[in-house]
Design a protein around this ligand. Structure first.
Ligand SMILES: [Zn+2]
Length: 157
């Protein structure tokens, strides 16, 4: 399944689940998709920057580097800290996790992401660089990629 962020002609944003890109195109063409808010069949896809993992993984076997949920249990180091500091700490841990458990493929990212998606390469979590254009192309092909909101910093150990 792929999740697309969708936008109707009246500006309502919602999610749609499809078995493939073709499935989405077919449903859109036949006006099967309708806005849950106003019922408009005029639907466009919008780029999503909030979802998916790095690289493509088998749905049933999440790669070890799939971003986990931030821990919700309080630990002693969180005691007395304000929520923003805690959120920042969890966030930086999540990034560390992503960076240490994924393979850095640098500028080959779009190429490798595609190869993994089309099963020409071993499934694994990767990270690297992509231009805005390359990113959009990957998203258009239904390849799950996520943009890191900050430039990755390498861990020093
Ligand atoms: Zn609508």
């Amino acid at each position: 399944m792929i999740v697309f962020d969708l936008l109707c002609g009246a500006g309502h944003r919602f999610e749609g689940w499809f078995s493939s890109r073709e499935d989405f195109d077919g449903q859109k063409k036949h006006r099967i998709i309708q806005c849950p808010t106003c019922g408009s069949p005029q639907i466009e896809r919008v780029p999503s920057a909030t979802r998916a993992n790095l690289g493509a993984v088998e749905p049933k076997k999440p790669a070890p580097a799939a971003p986990g949920k931030p821990e919700e249990k309080k630990t002693p180091e969180m005691e007395g800290k304000d929520p923003f500091a805690i959120a920042q700490m969890l966030y930086s841990r999540m990034l560390d996790e992503l960076l240490t458990k994924s393979e850095d493929v640098g500028k080959d990212f779009p190429k490798v992401a595609r190869e993994i998606f089309y099963k020409q390469d071993a499934a694994r979590a990767i990270r690297g660089n992509a231009t805005q254009e390359e990113h959009d192309e990957l998203v258009d092909e239904g390849i799950p990629v996520a943009r890191l909101p900050v430039p990755p910093r390498e861990r020093l150990n």
